[in-house]
Ligand binder design. Sequence first.
Ligand SMILES: [Fe+2]
Ligand SMILES: [Fe+2]
Length: 237
Amino acid sequence: MSDIKQIETLEQWRDEPEEFKHACRKIVISHAINELYGSKVYDEPAIALAPNPYAKWQVCRVVMEEYGHHCRFFDLGRDMGIEEGHMLPDQTKKSPLSIMGYKMTTWEQFCVIKMLGDLAEIVQVEDLIQCSFHPLRNLARMTMPEEYFHAEFGEKFTTDICKREGGMELIQGHINAIFPLLPSFFGRSHSRNNEIYRKWGIKKCSNEEMRANYLERANVVVTKLGLTLPEVDLNAF
Ligand SMILES: [Fe+2]
Ligand SMILES: [Fe+2]
């Protein structure tokens, strides 16, 4: 491949330059915070919103996996010497991602969050599966199939809702409200942080490439339902 140095173990990582280590810590902190925040504000409350035992069972699996993602990133972070409080949303000043500010009150909204929000997560995690810091790369590889399941879960239940009377209109309304919060998930275009991630081989794609990839894939998903994505101005990011 390229001449990017591969860091296979934490022991090796500890001897690397501070810029690289700082960049790795930033990613681990961000994942640990957002996985926990998302589990608390969306996934766990959705157990009560799910309309029947089958749906509750499926949501419970999602909840278990999302808390599990937090725990994996948290454990790695602790091994990297990150203070525990920095990875817990109620103990840090670092705010969670924009999508986390959305107030979810219904099952249908939850299904759209999983369908479109977890697709954004997939694009992010896919970018880490070639990461030069292998403990993080391995974690991304472990997390991946579960994120696929969450997005499929969202798609499947959203498809069922669309078959109900008035379902398509309802879901289109939720897409219109939720989707515009997601493109900023990938960070600013021409970001200095992202430049550092790519320099060290931690990430592969620029924020703008990931955002464009996401928009394309979200469009495919929504078109399958016979619905549309609201216009988003890519130059705004
Ligand atoms: Fe997750
Ligand atoms: Fe997920």
